[in-house]
Design a protein around this ligand. Sequence first.
Ligand SMILES: Nc1ncnc2c1ncn2[C@@H]1O[C@H](COP(=O)(O)OP(=O)(O)OP(=O)(O)O)[C@@H](O)[C@H]1O
Ligand SMILES: [Mg+2]
Length: 249
Amino acid sequence: MTTVAVTGKGGTGKTLVSALLIHFISKKSSKVLAVDADPDSNLADALGVEVERTLGEIREIFQESRDEMGTMNKEQWLEGKIYEAICECKGYDLLVMGRPEGEGCYCFANSLLRGVLKKLRRHYDYVIIDSEAGLEHFSRKTIDSADYILIVTDMSKKGLATAKRIKELSKELKLNFKDIMLIANRIANEDAEKRIRAFANEEGIKLLEILPYDERVVELDLKGLPVVGLDENSEVYKRMSKVAEFLTG
Ligand SMILES: Nc1ncnc2c1ncn2[C@@H]1O[C@H](COP(=O)(O)OP(=O)(O)OP(=O)(O)O)[C@@H](O)[C@H]1O
Ligand SMILES: [Mg+2]
């Protein structure tokens, strides 16, 4: 079982990278679990699938159904609901953490996610997690280990600073992983390419792939179409196929 966690500053392309990885890896393996662990995310849209229930919503149902639960064990009930929340999609399973209703406490959804990952991950060959902007899931132990941590960044100061911070944090937290790597996204020209290579060198982070700025990605976004529908000749599509090949090879 191989776990890939995708992280990086907000808006840098985490969901684009996660969706394309899920797309390519599920062509190779029938046992892929995709996890949308970003409360603000929309991985399902990027994949072009619909999800009926999120982990965040289970809390409400849980509170509403307390009286009807009767003698049923609380854990059993929750487990059943979690299975209901797993969407059997196009060649992979998808689990969405979602945004909890009410006050912004993610504890419940987080603890559900932690339990699910612990229990379910061994049934899959690949677990691909579209994670939050930081390493909160790791520091809270929602995700206790990953084989690969992919940091997505663009050339913005904040993107690069976040990438650097994540690399440092991964050391501080003594995370259990095989490799932490950078994916540079929206790289518009040779100068930007040079600068990202220099950054990776300086910070000692392996630069796994450089994705160019791609009008076709923008076009799909404007039309509200899933990014996995990207033209096969698109450079982003081709290069993400290579990344998937590397992670599964
Ligand atoms: N290579 C690219 N070329 C052009 N546009 C891109 C590229 N990569 C991403 N985008 C666009 O940038 C926006 C942000 O991408 P995406 O949603 O993947 O980022 P994110 O890191 O998941 O953001 P969030 O933190 O909000 O979840 C999207 O509108 C996407 O279409
Ligand atoms: Mg996202």
